[in-house]
Design a protein around this ligand. Structure first.
Ligand code: F3S
Length: 67
């Protein structure tokens, strides 16, 4: 079985662009400060999660496969 994706948002870097929430709404949400946080792991197709990574203007999202 393919190990799950581990998604992280660096809040020191996130500027609240929210593109990630648009692209993968089951994975990312915005907190009260308007910054992204991870609300679900492997909750959206991997392609959408990778698109969110690619479209974050400040590169705040990292994703890797769990060991
Ligand atoms: Fe933040 Fe990037 Fe999403 S700036 S809100 S992690 S698109």
């Amino acid at each position: 079985m393919t190990p799950p994706l581990v998604v992280k948002v660096d809040r020191d870097v996130c500027v609240g662009n929210a593109m990630c929430v648009e692209l993968a709404p089951h994975t990312f949400g915005l907190n009260d400060e308007g910054q992204a946080h991870v609300i679900g792991s492997d909750a959206d197709p991997a392609t959408l999660i990778h698109e969110a990574v690619a479209n974050c203007p400040v590169g705040a999202i990292t994703v890797e496969r769990a060991e």
